[in-house]
Ligand binder design. Structure first.
Ligand code: SF4
Length: 265
């Protein structure tokens, strides 16, 4: 268990203005070392420092509750678990969700990369959230490997299975979040749309990378908007043609009848 943190570290940050959820207070259950089962090419945290699919306690729940006390409840609309990596890797995920809801009375959401949803214990804990946005950047192993770069042993079939199980069990607001890095071949688009149709999320959040990617991990990269200055070295990803995004959003709406949202969609 992590018990020492660098000077100035807080597991609670923001609130950040989110186009999806309003004024969102960030809760970081991962801590100072970026830790994820993916290493997405567009990740705003930079290259992930600890690439793992093993769950453990990174930040004790008591520490999060203590950090939360310094924020006025009236200053934010929701709390969102994301922060320095994949929140479902935190073995105290369920405990954190229950505790921060009880402490503030505010809705809480989780942004997950979907890679652990095949685990029934993870699904059970995640179901305590009021809203969940689950990443789906691919419709097969090829794009998953190229864009999300998962650790060994994570296959698209298990992600697919996990998402379908979670969708069946979960009673909260369920969104799928997809990052588009450019146009997809027709076959992949058709596979993705067929899967979305089967999964039937409440909404699809279609995005393109707008935040710069730090060259090394910076805690500051947890929050902040796309246009904010960055006091550290970054690499900007090539812009996606907005027309590509809008065309795909239009087709998704027509073929699935599911709302599609996004800053450019
Ligand atoms: S899943 Fe999220 S935290 Fe993990 S590498 Fe991708 S963008 Fe970064």
């Amino acid at each position: 268990m992590s018990s020492t943190f660098p000077e100035g570290f807080s597991s609670v940050y923001g609130p950040v203005a989110s186009w999806r959820y309003g004024r969102s207070l960030g809760i970081d259950p991962i801590g100072p070392v970026s830790t994820c089962s993916f290493d997405c090419v567009y990740c705003q945290l930079g290259e992930i420092e600890d690439k793992t699919r093993d769950r453990r306690i990174f930040v004790p729940t008591s520490r999060i509750l203590r950090d939360l006390q310094t924020f006025a409840v009236g200053n934010f609309d929701v709390m969102t678990l994301s922060g320095s990596g994949e929140p479902t890797l935190a073995r105290n995920l369920g405990e954190i969700l229950s505790a921060i809801k009880a402490a503030t009375g505010k809705p809480v959401g989780v942004l997950t990369n979907s890679s652990l949803l095949d685990d029934a214990a993870v699904r059970q804990e995640l179901a305590l959230a009021d809203f969940v946005a689950a990443k789906l950047d691919a419709a097969g192993d090829g794009r998953l490997r190229r864009v999300d770069r998962p650790v060994d042993g994570i296959r698209f079939a298990a992600i697919r299975r996990g998402l379908l199980s979670f969708r069946r069990e979960y009673r909260g607001q369920f969104a799928v979040q997809t990052m588009l890095l450019g146009p997809w071949p027709e076959r992949e688009r058709a596979d993705y749309i067929a899967f979305i149709d089967e999964l039937a999320p409440d909404e699809i959040q279609l995005c393109a990378p707008t935040r710069p990617r730090p060259l090394v991990h910076e805690l500051d990269a947890r929050g902040g908007g796309p246009g904010e200055p960055r006091p550290y070295a970054v690499r900007r990803l090539g812009p996606v043609n907005p027309q590509v995004l809008q065309d795909f959003a239009g087709r998704l709406r027509r073929e699935t009848r599911i709302p599609v949202r996004g800053p450019l969609a």
